[in-house]
Design a protein around this ligand. Structure first.
Ligand code: 4AD
Ligand code: MG
Length: 430
């Protein structure tokens, strides 16, 4: 009977066949240990010479890394392995023999691994990271579907900018100019006026010449947008959502978190509510931590965010930034117009900003004024303003960067390992 590694628990004591690749092996004179992977998981296969016969045993000893096989054997419990099971191999058939697989079990440099990303994805660690990513996506749909949100897909080719004009990828759209979407937000605002509560999940692009462990050129964003919700309401949605995602990974990715060596105690603490600190207080805190030259009105850099996050064991909201350093669409605080009703959510352990969100300007005249101040033209001008002409309502939304969230939850240093095929400054291959 054919099965997969994730299903072996149902077949203890039975003989099954698994299509697999050989990720590694070791052997002695009498026994060979095959490290098998089939895409769903990793499992050890034991080949005993006395059981399988001399000829087949020699064939097992000669198997090369990443050769593909059908392996047949009996599933037995094995408390030492993370999976909890192994296979006593009775027979195997080579499907395809791999010769000189380039990624050996020894250490390789990052550039070499990145050049072989199409193969590197097969490794245990990369497999675990992608499974965590998949669980975050699953838990995202679960959370928003259970809370009455409608999934809406904004376009990727757009005629305008959502987050500032300097980081846009330009392309020709027949005779017109077009840009790859930096954020679906403006379209999600239109969707919120039609469906109340909406969320998107899709690729976004920033032509930003940043080469840090937090920046990708192409990254995936989850962007909820809610009609009739103010800034405070939105913060509650954010903390509930992030808590749900973290707890789902803890429950459903135990093997993966162990493979990654993730300290899960830190993740256990990530439960709503999250602390909130105003931008004003955050500036003060950063000064006290020894960054003397930061002034009110400056944006935080990665070291500042890390310093702030150190004081908390949960993600922390930094709220009410100066309007000057934030996007044109954010609603000014009615009590203090130099700051806006916004928050960035900073992940613990130095992973930095994972969410940017705000209440949006709902007043037509003010929005017109902002467009002028920011010198914004392009074809969003008309339709986006019309949302404020016909039944404008208070509304808020946010964007969670998937890769930074994966990096934090999986405990991975650099976002390049959190997306299957990263697009980085100077990297479009493979
Ligand atoms: O803070 P950002 O730029 O906000 C927006 O785009 C809003 N329009 C979202 C909204 O309100 N609907 O980006 C949101 C998040 C960041 O907090 C970060 O997690 C991620 O997107 N992000 C990046 N991730 C990887 N590489 C980059 N270059 C990123 N830029 C932003
Ligand atoms: Mg931001």
């Amino acid at each position: 009977m054919k099965t997969t590694i994730t299903e072996v628990a149902k077949h203890v004591g039975e003989e099954v066949t698994i299509g697999a690749w050989l990720s590694n092996k070791r052997s002695s004179g009498k026994i060979a240990f095959l490290q098998l992977r089939d895409g769903t998981g990793f499992m050890q296969g034991i080949v005993v010479k006395a059981d399988i016969g001399e000829e087949k045993f020699q064939e097992a000893k000669a198997l090369t890394q990443e050769s593909s096989l059908y392996v047949t054997g009996v599933i037995v419990e094995d408390t030492r392995s993370p999976l909890g099971f192994e296979m006593q191999v009775n027979d195997f058939e080579i499907i395809h023999e791999a010769v000189d697989y380039p990624i050996t079990p020894k250490e390789h440099g990052t550039e070499f691994l990145m050049d072989h990303r199409h193969l590197w994805l097969r490794s245990k660690r990369q497999h675990a990271v992608m499974k965590v990513r998949n669980e975050i996506i699953r838990a995202t749909y679960e959370f928003f579907n259970e809370n009455g949100y409608v999934k809406i897909d904004p376009p990727i080719l757009t005629g305008s900018s959502a987050e500032g004009t300097t980081e846009l990828f330009h392309t020709k759209y027949f005779e017109e100019d077009a840009y790859l979407s930096q954020s679906g937000q403006l379209y999600m605002e239109a969707a919120a006026m039609a469906f109340g509560r909406v969320f998107s999940f899709g690729p976004t692009f920033r032509a930003e010449k940043s080469k840090t462990r937090r920046h990708l050129i192409e990254f995936w964003m989850i962007e909820p947008e809610m009609a009739f919700m103010d800034h405070e309401d939105s913060l509650e949605v954010q903390e509930q959502y992030v808590s749900h995602v973290v707890q789902s990974v803890l429950n459903n990715c135990k093997i993966e978190l162990e493979a990654l060596g993730r300290d899960t105690e830190k993740l256990e603490k990530v439960k709503a509510p999250f602390p909130r600190i105003s931008y004003d207080d955050a500036i003060q805190m950063v000064k006290e931590k020894g960054f003397d030259d930061i002034e009110w009105g400056d944006d935080f850099g990665a070291p500042h965010e890390t310093a702030i996050a150190e004081s908390y064991d949960k993600p922390v909201f930094i709220t009410n930034y100066p309007a000057e350093i934030k996007a044109f669409y954010m609603k000014p605080d009615p009590k203090r117009s130099e700051v806006v009703l916004c928050a960035d959510l900073i992940a613990p352990e130095g992973y930095g900003e994972i969410i940017g969100g705000s209440q949006r300007i709902d007043d037509l005249e003010l929005m017109k004024q902002r467009y002028e101040e920011h010198d914004l033209t392009g074809d969003a001008y008309k339709w986006y303003l019309q949302l404020r002409e016909y039944g404008s309502v208070p509304h808020s939304g946010f964007g969670l960067g998937l890769e930074r969230t994966v990096a934090w939850i999986a405990g991975v240093e650099h976002v390049r390992e959190t997306i299957p095929f990263p697009r980085l400054l100077n990297r479009l291959y493979p």
